[in-house]
Design a protein around this ligand. Structure first.
Ligand SMILES: Cc1cc2ncn([C@H]3O[C@H](COP(=O)(O)O)[C@@H](O)[C@H]3O)c2cc1C
Ligand SMILES: O=C(O)c1cccnc1
Length: 352
């Protein structure tokens, strides 16, 4: 159902570089383990990047946008038109992720992977099989060819970014209604009830959240996705979104090129969960950033075995949480590469 490349194995971690990084951390002028999880970040990157000098200098940001038919069920606090308006705002430089990209020195590409826009928007790459998904409370959100197209859209975006020789990638999303879509995907993949995973998104109240959960649970039982055994392909096609499928494809395509992705909030994490289910060999390339305020994020991160670096009650998406965590990853690399060893600094090490 999906293009064959989706299932092709990603390269493995270099154990030699990983072990060299572990050994170096033990020689740096600090008590063993004193830099906590920043040590792990540098060690993981060294193995993934096959280098003794892990880097997070060049980090392009790609934001994928899509609209969601499920919005007809009243699941978001904001109107659907916000998706298209925000795409122009990204391109004009006024969105949170636009500001963060400038501060970080990152390029920002916006891809219309499936918004309702009828014609191309200036400054944005249009790469979509249709305008918006179908309402999954009524029918399947996507057809098989539409889902496949979205994966290829993600792969094409990664191919463009790869020309910049990135050290890492940040992927973000924009799509009114996509916390409902993501919660539906996660509930299906994890086999939990929607009530455990649906959050308040852009800010629906308690009654709105309960309504969201009900819409998801009803749809999952209507489509037969509550029983264990639904494939990630079937889940993505039935209750998925075009920008989420594009991110899923982009994560896998990046990992296949040995490019790790800094995983953003709830929505990108759900795309990462689907990616890891489709192609488990991409799992080591999923790097932690933050834990968002969205209720289901903790569960999804746990399923991915990802421990977030920070938890700042962000609930924005757009790749903003990953962008905000990037300076920590850069500092982890700088410490790993730049600190003196006990021998170099003539500092006595702990007795063996
Ligand atoms: C102005 C504005 C900018 C945003 N940027 C990201 N989102 C975030 O909110 C949306 C998901 O929440 P829900 O499922 O409740 O609609 C997504 O577009 C997500 O990227 C935004 C939302 C709004 C309103
Ligand atoms: O965690 C996220 O990515 C998120 C949460 C709420 C709204 N938009 C995005």
């Amino acid at each position: 159902m999906l293009p064959h490349w989706v299932y092709e194995k990603c390269p493995g971690i270099s154990t030699a570089h990983r072990e060299a990084a572990i050994a170096r951390q033990a020689q740096l002028t600090k008590p063993t383990g004193a830099l906590g999880r920043l040590e792990q970040v540098a060690i993981d990157l060294a193995g993934l990047q096959e280098t003794v000098q892990p880097r997070a200098a060049r980090v392009p940001i790609i934001v994928f946008a899509g609209d969601h038919g499920i919005v007809a069920q009243g699941v978001s606090a904001y109107p659907q038109e916000v998706t298209i308006a925000m795409m122009s705002n990204f391109a004009a430089g006024g969105a949170a992720i636009s500001v963060l990209a400038r501060e970080l020195g990152s390029s920002l590409e916006v891809v219309d992977a499936g918004s309702l826009a009828q014609s191309p928007i200036s400054g944005i790459v249009t790469d979509k099989p249709r305008c918006g998904t179908r309402d999954f409370s009524v029918e399947a959100a996507l057809g098989p060819a539409e889902l496949a197209f979205a994966f290829e859209c993600g792969q094409r975006a990664v191919a463009r970014a790869a020309a910049k020789q990135p050290d890492l990638l940040i992927l973000g999303e924009m799509g009114i209604g996509n916390t409902t879509t993501s919660a539906a995907i996660a509930a299906s993949l994890l086999g939990v009830s929607a009530d455990e995973i649906a959050g308040s998104g852009t800010g629906v109240d308690a009654a709105g959240r309960a309504r969201k959960a009900r819409v998801i649970d009803d749809a999952l039982s209507r489509h037969g996705l509550t029983k264990a055994g639904a494939s990630p392909e079937q889940t993505l096609r039935t209750v998925g979104g075009l920008e989420i499928a594009a991110i899923c494809g982009a994560i896998i395509a990046a990992a296949q090129r040995r490019i790790p992705t800094l995983i953003d909030g709830f929505i990108v994490s759900v795309a990462a969960l689907a990616a890891a289910r489709l192609n488990p060999s991409c799992q080591p390339f999923l790097l932690p950033s933050h834990q968002s305020a969205e209720q289901g994020h903790r569960l999804v991160l746990r399923a991915l075995n990802i421990q977030p670096l920070v938890s700042l009650d962000l609930r924005l998406g757009e790749g903003s949480g990953a962008a905000i965590a990037l300076p920590l990853v850069r500092l982890a690399c700088a410490l790993h590469n730049g600190m003196a060893t006990f021998a170099q600094a003539n500092v006595p090490d702990r007795p063996a």
